[in-house]
Design a protein around this ligand. Sequence first.
Ligand SMILES: O=c1[nH]cnc2c1ncn2[C@@H]1O[C@H](CO)[C@@H](O)[C@H]1O
Length: 320
Amino acid sequence: MGEKKKIIIDTDPGIDDAMAIFLALQSPELDVIGLTTIYGNVYTTLATRNALHLLEVAGRTDIPVSEGSHVTFTKGTKLRVADFVHGTDGLGNQNFPPPKSKPIELSAPEFLVQQANQYPGAVTVVALGPLTNIALAIELDPEFPKKIQQIVILGGAFAVNGNVNPAAEANIFGDPDAADMVFTSGADVLAIGLNVTHQVVLSAADREKLSQSKGKLAQYMCKILDIYYSYHLDAYGTDGVYLHDPTCLVAALDPSLLTYVEGVVRVQTAGITRGITIFDNTKKRFAEITEWTDKPSVKVAVTVDAPAVCNLLMDRLMNS
Ligand SMILES: O=c1[nH]cnc2c1ncn2[C@@H]1O[C@H](CO)[C@@H](O)[C@H]1O
């Protein structure tokens, strides 16, 4: 096998984050060189605690955890935290003991820049929460977008409704200014939006299969998944859960399971559609100069082999 792909997971754990992190740790194709934390599903302090805890569960405390921003890119402190989706502890209200390990001294943006310099062109950032840390890394080092291999983003709702409101997806809504900066930064960006992740469902039968397996991480996931299933039943009327973060991780692990188109993405940062992602892949020459004109293109996922993503996730959790 070729060299492992180096990834940093920027994360707000989160039940689907836990699945994505475990999938990454169980994947021989990947070398997880760090976790950076952010608010979103929980506040940043709890995200850090949960990231450390998940690494302890997986026996991988050798991987550094770096704490990220507690405020938005524009220093906003009114954060939207989705504890109603993941439980107040972010991990299904299980009262896990506090982790023994500690985060490193470097902040998340500093760690991202340091790693990008240490392995030029060879680091992929898998961003599973609001994009504040990535925007701060770009502010810290304007060359950061060119120094990394790719940023794979779980975020946006491309030509479909959002999940916070009809306009916006949760991660983009969490920090629209940061998102617009990252989408227009010139980095190789691959965005996985709700138009794709809502196709990837872990059914009640899949969950039953996980619970029958002896896999340590499958067993752990089954413990924390209850609240995520209840939320989906309540919010969507489905007895199955969307695999947002694992699908994004798979996009870094095996891009052949998705297809994408290229174009310019801008994010609305104010008003009733704050957080909406507007993708221009028309080949039209507009009569006016627009806010999309001359901005760098990004990749936006459009199709996914959903059964393959589910099976990959389940196999690797069950073989842990
Ligand atoms: O209704 C919701 N509000 C807020 N966050 C949500 C909702 N549904 C899912 N997620 C969380 O936000 C990310 C995907 O947008 C995922 O991390 C998911 O767990």
